[in-house]
Design a protein around this ligand. Structure first.
Ligand SMILES: Nc1nc2c(c(=O)[nH]1)N[C@H]1C(S)=C(S)[C@@H](COP(=O)(O)O)O[C@H]1N2
Ligand SMILES: [Mo]
Length: 428
């Protein structure tokens, strides 16, 4: 077992993305047969919740009267642990209190474009193919992957749209997509084979530029248009750096909802990179495109070029309290507020808390050292005196020196919300 994976080559994600953006501008990046107009409409339709406007938007974290079973999720979804949003299940933050560093699988959020397929590990195999390989590619069974040296890493999986509802409830914006509060994240210990080892055994050449894993779940059909299997290209530099083909989550075989028998795990990147139920990996000497790196998972809006930003890669910086939305706290008593903060840019090194509407801030006590790809747990005490409505705020600073801003620049699909969240409470 190797816990720290050596870097195989310096990451050149940025130059890669620039090149890909040029090709996008040249018109090479379209999803075949689907116009951008249609894609944006589809995206709005696909979120399950439709457009989230300033008017009529539910406050973040307010659980609608939801049915207890989300179509297509296998594990139980008790209401104290999850809020169901269409085909997805959001973790309720209070359910993470006292869970320790790792998120137990029974309360880890689920984001499914369609439904969880129940796959037989004995029947499963992974095909690696494409013109970035020499020879005709290769096929790996689960035993083949387990015969390779294993790598393990504690890392978050977080949806790029985590916190999306706050664009509406806190900033008055209108965004499309699943109306997540802050619970589209979990941290697990993932173990598997290095994607790099598999690619090299399959005959990787130096001409390869992109690697595209594809899921075995049903093809994603939105508004009558079939977008194919969920898939998204990765630059080969990232694929060789720290990506795992994971067959274990927290020491157990991967559960069905999280990709059994094997998922891709791309540390620190947006959740869509971590393809579940992976069935094949295309290795290409040309840049690859899918709806998930062209029309989805880029930033669109007035602050961005008409063609959108570069494809999203690393996650941003966020904090959340392990407290119900609109929690009631007794006046004149000392409360221990707890929460977690995380960053895709190498870990969180400081967290401040404000209980007076952002006028004064004090250092939270950190329970963890900064952890790349993970979160830090923290706590702060508060003795509210005056009854009435109030809010609590947490503001993280990561090891790159970035601090959560007061406001996030708007983007139409509501990705990467990183502003300080005003978490409402009632003092009684
Ligand atoms: N095959 C497949 N992989 C997928 C998805 C999917 O719907 N199908 N959803 C993606 C998205 S958008 C996210 S945020 C993560 C969620 O992982 P989880 O359900 O294990 O929490 O899986 C990603 N991988
Ligand atoms: Mo996601």
């Amino acid at each position: 077992m190797i816990d720290v994976m050596p870097k195989t080559q310096p990451s050149d994600e940025t130059s890669y993305d620039r090149r890909r953006l040029r090709q996008w501008l040249d018109g090479d990046a379209r999803t075949p047969g689907v116009a951008r107009r249609d894609m944006l409409r589809l995206f709005a339709a696909a979120g399950g919740a439709g457009a989230l406007g300033a008017l009529g938007a539910a406050p973040a974290g307010a659980a609608p009267a939801a049915p207890r079973a989300a179509a297509g999720i296998v594990k139980p979804l008790p209401p104290e642990l999850f809020t169901i949003r269409g085909t997805n299940a959001e973790t309720n933050w209070p359910a993470l209190k006292d869970t320790g560093y790792l998120t137990p699988a029974d309360r880890f959020f689920v984001r499914n474009h369609t439904a969880t397929p129940v796959l037989d590990a004995a029947e499963w195999s992974l095909r690696v193919w494409g013109d970035g390989l020499r020879g005709g590619g290769a096929e790996f069974g689960l035993d083949d992957l387990k015969a390779l040296p294993s790598a393990a890493r504690s890392a978050f999986v977080e949806c790029a749209g985590n916190g999306r509802s706050l664009f509406a409830s806190q900033q008055g914006g209108t965004v499309s997509g699943t109306s997540w509060s802050l619970g589209a994240i979990g941290v697990a210990r993932w173990r598997g084979a290095r994607l790099g080892d598999v690619l090299r055994r399959a005959g990787l050449t130096r001409h390869a530029v992109d690697v595209m894993p594809s899921g075995l779940d049903d093809e994603y059909v939105a508004d009558g248009i079939n977008l194919g299997h969920v898939r998204r290209p990765l630059p080969v530099a990232k694929a060789l750096d720290d990506v795992i083909l994971a067959y274990e989550m927290n020491g157990e075989p991967l559960p069905a909802d999280h990709g059994h028998p094997v998922r891709v795990l791309v540390p620190s990147w947006v959740g869509i990179s971590s393809i579940k139920w992976v069935g094949d990996v295309q290795v290409s000497a040309e840049p690859l495109y899918s709806p998930w790196n062209t029309d989805f998972y880029r930033l669109f809006g007035t602050a961005y070029p008409p063609e959108g930003s570069e494809p999203l890669s690393r996650q941003t910086l966020k904090s959340a309290f392990e407290l119900p939305w609109n929690a009631t706290l007794a006046a004149g008593e000392t409360h221990r507020l707890t929460g977690r903060s995380w960053s895709g840019a190498g870990g969180v090194r400081a967290v401040e808390v404000s209980t007076d509407g952002g006028v004064t801030w004090r250092r939270a006590k950190l329970a963890d050292a900064p952890r790349a790809d993970g979160w830090v747990r923290w706590s702060a005490t508060w003795r509210p005196e005056r009854p009435g409505p109030a809010d609590v705020r947490a503001r993280a600073t990561d090891v790159s020196g970035r601090t959560q801003p007061a406001q996030t620049v708007h983007n139409d699909q509501g990705y990467l919300f990183d502003a300080v969240v005003r978490h409402p409470v009632t003092v009684a």
